[in-house]
Design a protein around this ligand. Sequence first.
Ligand code: ATP
Ligand code: MG
Length: 201
Amino acid sequence: MTDQQDDNGRHKARMQQQKAKVDERVANAQQEKGILIVLTGNGKGKSTSGFGTVTRAVGHGLKASVVQYVKGTWPCGERDLLEKLGVEFHVMGTGFTWETQDKTTDIAAAKKAWEFTKQCLQDPSIDLLLLDEITYMLSYKYLDVDEVVAALSARPTQQNVVITGRACHRSVIEIADTVSEVRPIKHAFDDGIKAQKGIDW
Ligand code: ATP
Ligand code: MG
């Protein structure tokens, strides 16, 4: 037997072993239920991943809704596209500027967005709900974490929820099914490169 044949044989055996393990794990994963995904951490890619999941769901004909817990009325490429495809958006938008920070207005806007979120969390026709940047509402204590956890836990069994934002509260992480932390290794902004349309928003 040549060295190459020997190597091929070992590779084949390893692959067969790996396939058996994967097959077993696939066979064991039989539960069908909506999941709670948390995308957190300080690196870039959380909201784009959340919107990517919405696009994936819509592509399969599922119904998705988005609540954006962002203060400004920033432009957002995903919103412009997904609204055309029937995805309902609720944008918190307080008309915020750095010059006129008003905590009372922010809290009122957060609570209004939360009222809409609660309705979505009781609506079994929504297959996927994206709560973009909601983590900050909990960090600032604009929303009550116990109330948020209770509403998430009581949602329809088949409904999927994606939460994005830095420093996600541990109580939300505890009830989540899938949690990913995006870690920054480099970011162009730190090199003085401007945020770009279509890349950053
Ligand atoms: P994206 O929307 O690009 O997926 P994100 O949701 O992970 O980013 P956010 O914390 O919501 O990140 O920040 C939104 C904006 O800030 C984006 O324009 C993004 O490029 C930028 N950003 C994200 N992470 C960093 C970072 N580590 N340093 C500088 N800017 C960042
Ligand atoms: Mg984001």
